[in-house]
Design a protein around this ligand. Structure first.
Ligand code: C2O
Length: 571
């Protein structure tokens, strides 16, 4: 009897779920099979076995139209637990498909599988997908390109060709081993050995010349490059020799066009640029190198390249007459002025409305930290015999182990999380001044902040000088937000809001705080679920630079979380 009623509930849930998917699916339905498996990949004169999707590195590019539904069966044929995240997809009322491990789902175990089903609703542009478990996204990632609905078009002349241009980061070791070592020692993780463009380091690295990525262009035509920063731990500067770029979109939201020589892009962000072939036909380097704002921290200072090649020049080069392409001028690695000046140029082109009246006025500090450690399993190889940590409002986020937060919420399982994440720092201090050492140690916890459905939220993300100031690319799941203001030093609630842009702020899903500064974002909490907010430098997620929102259901089924899909993995 008991069993029977459970099954009934299950099938009822199932049919609700499919009714939900069918109801939304005005577009096409795409099925994909993603098999995660170890794959030999040769880079920098070495062959290593790394996890990939379907043996491809980077993984498959998904091409969809706004309104389409994706059904992606993920089979884990690797040796690590894994989940996939569809970065920037809003997943309206459907957090079950979002993917961060132990937040919205338990991981897919080796030998297991899980099918992600979701519909793209009113989003277009460049997004991407990546693993959301430990450091697996170093090699498990790909582009997700959302074209306008059939019959509508871009708000700019249609480019002749389009290419995803994925910036990545490569280690001469299994990235999971790099993470493991850092977790044991408590020190900073080893920096990468190369950056990559579409998986290839390019000419400036050993054994990489013949595989350098080439982007073709014809004299006079305009192409669209869809830049994605998939690097694990590094903001990057990107430039093309002799060619200007016109920015037209970022994080799947159109922008007012502006022209630039340099793009700064943080992990998680996407930036679409138009490039016109208006130079002497030939071959031109496209290059990316680190923007690193932390003081006294090691980073990979190599440069990845690809080649922009005019078609007429391509035929010449086959006859052997090609000279070495010229390199673009890239800013110095610590050129925060150039990074900030680039980001400040974004203006939104969205039809949406910026929330004016604010119901939730939140202030979150973004902190690194150091902890003294003890116990036989851990070592203290961070500065002065400590371990690195990180926090928001002094809470270092801990992922639960026995259940995911969303499953615990849905099943009413106590003891997995609490909802007492502080709306403001527990202690006021001079955030960007000399912070006393006593304030460097956070508390640990799985603390969420509860938001009422439909509330208007403002968050000031305030960087602090704990250990070092640094630009942290902060990403919010389940939402995009308006970036209404930013500034240096401590946010001043009396003076700074007067300068907010409430007219045409850009919509983003990932935004950096200038080192030792702040950024202000706004959104309407119209998507119920559990949504992680974190720094997209993976080394910092592991240290706890994250929190999560619990957005409550609204009134009625259409404003509530849909029932869980079948075969949700259990922990
Ligand atoms: Cu692109 Cu939580 O991540």
């Amino acid at each position: 009897m008991e069993l029977h009623s459970k099954q009934c509930g299950y099938f009822l849930g199932l049919s609700f779920f499919f009714a939900f998917i069918a109801g939304l699916a005005s577009g096409a339905i795409q099925h994909h099979d993603f098999v995660i498996k170890p794959t030999p990949v040769n880079r920098l004169c070495l062959t290593q076995h790394v996890m990939t999707v379907n043996g491809q590195f980077p993984g498959p590019t998904l091409h969809v139209h706004d309104g389409d539904t994706l059904i992606i069966k993920v089979t884990n044929a690797g040796k690590y637990d894994i989940t996939l995240h569809w970065h920037g997809v809003r997943q309206l009322r459907n957090p079950w498909a979002d993917g961060p491990e132990y937040v919205t789902q338990c991981p897919i175990k080796p030998g297991g599988s899980y099918t992600y089903r979701f519909t793209i609703e009113n989003q277009e542009g460049t997004l991407w997908w990546h693993a959301h478990s430990k450091w697996l996204r170093a090699t498990v990632y790909g582009a997700l390109l959302i074209y306008p609905k059939h019959g509508s078009s871009y708000p700019f002349p249609k480019p002749k060709r389009e290419f995803p241009l994925m910036l990545g980061e490569w280690w001469n070791r299994d990235p999971m081993h790099v993470l493991r070592q850092a977790t044991i020692t408590g020190a900073a993780a080893n920096v990468s050995d190369a950056y990559t463009i579409n998986g290839q380091p390019g000419d400036l690295y050993p054994c990489s010349n013949k595989d350098t990525t080439v982007f073709p262009i014809q004299a006079g035509e305009t192409i669209l490059l869809r830049l994605i920063n998939a690097a694990l731990n590094q903001q990057l500067f990107f430039s093309i020799a002799n060619h200007q770029m016109t920015v037209v979109e970022a994080d799947a939201a159109y922008t007012k066009p502006f022209t630039t020589n340099i793009v700064m892009i943080g992990p998680g962000q996407t930036t679409n640029v138009l490039v016109t072939g208006n130079q002497a036909p030939g071959r031109y380097y496209m290059a990316a190198t680190a923007y690193d704002s932390a003081q006294g921290v090691a980073f990979d200072n190599t440069t990845t390249t690809a080649i922009l090649e005019y078609k007429s020049a391509a035929s010449k080069s086959k006859k052997g007459s090609s000279a070495r392409p010229i390199l673009p001028q890239l800013p110095a690695w610590n050129d925060t002025n150039t990074a900030d000046a680039f980001t400040a140029q974004f203006r939104g082109l969205s039809k949406g409305k910026v929330p004016i009246e604010i119901h939730e006025n939140l202030f979150f500090t973004i902190n690194l930290g150091l902890i003294n450690c003890s116990g036989p399993n851990f070592r203290c190889q961070g500065p002065n015999n400590t371990r690195f940590t990180a926090s928001m409002n002094n809470v270092s986020f801990v992922l639960p182990k026995r259940n995911s937060i969303l499953q615990a919420l849905y099943q009413n399982t106590p003891g997995v999380f609490t909802t007492d994440f502080p709306p403001v720092p527990p202690l006021l201090f001079d955030y960007t001044g000399n912070v006393s050492r006593g304030l460097w140690t956070p508390v640990r916890g799985t603390k969420l902040y509860k938001l009422k459905f439909g509330s208007h939220v403002q968050i000031i993300l305030q960087n602090t000088n704990i250990v070092t100031t640094e630009d942290h690319p902060m990403h919010l799941h389940g939402y995009h937000f308006y970036v209404v203001g930013s500034g240096q030093g401590n946010f001043d609630p009396k003076r700074d809001p007067a300068n907010f842009n409430l007219v045409d702020p850009p919509l983003r899903n990932t935004i950096g705080t200038t080192p030792g500064g702040w950024v202000a974002i706004r959104f309407v909490a119209d998507n119920p679920g559990v949504w992680l907010m974190h720094c997209h430098l993976d080394v910092h997620i592991g240290w706890g630079l994250a929190m999560a929102f619990l957005v409550e259901n609204g009134v009625g089924e259409l404003n509530s979380i849909v029932p869980p899909p079948p075969q949700l993995p259990q922990c």
